[in-house]
Write a new protein. Structure first.
Length: 167
């Protein structure tokens, strides 16, 4: 009987935790902003124009938006032209750039769409990430937005995992 009560208590706690997590995350849709993607972000997040939005890099216009809420800041960008590389080439290139950075320590997480990286700036540890999704013949790239000053593993992992919800 005691085992059943403990098991039911654990199951109930898990249900409450999942419900609480769902109530703090909402789907943020960037379709109206020109980027065909939605991501899960904290409830109450705002969308603002990114630093590179509207710039023409010679390969079409850049669409760039930031999703922000407190220390959560997700940068989403897309070149408004058909993709010219494979997703794996985007990831391989970005990994190469990260490894050449003198602050590079190691990759913390890595998958087919990107990575989370540990950096050291004169002993001060920070984290960053890169994530890419291919959709509608476009490469949609995700990174840490400028709206955060918290580069801890916990915060950057939360932002990285939000990028991984892109659909």
């Amino acid at each position: 009987m005691k085992r059943i009560v403990v098991t039911l208590g654990a199951a109930f706690s898990l249900i409450l935790l999942v419900s609480a997590m769902k109530s703090v995350a909402v789907t943020v849709d960037l379709y109206a902003k020109g980027i065909p993607i939605s991501v899960e972000a904290p409830n109450g997040s705002t969308i603002r124009s990114g630093l590179m939005d509207g710039m023409d890099m010679g390969n079409g216009k850049t669409l760039n938006w930031e999703i922000n809420k407190g220390e959560f800041s997700l940068d989403v960008s897309m070149q408004d032209e058909d993709i010219k590389q494979t997703k794996s080439e985007y990831v391989r290139y970005s990994k190469s750039v990260a490894q050449k950075d003198p602050s590079f320590v190691r990759f913390v997480e890595s998958d087919l769409n990107g990575f989370l990286v540990k950096l050291s700036f004169n002993g001060a540890i920070e984290y960053d990430f890169y994530h890419v999704v291919e959709k509608d013949k476009r490469a949609i790239e995700f990174s840490v937005g400028l709206g955060t000053s918290d580069y801890s593993l916990e915060n950057i992992r939360k932002i990285y995992h939000a990028a991984q919800t892109a659909h």
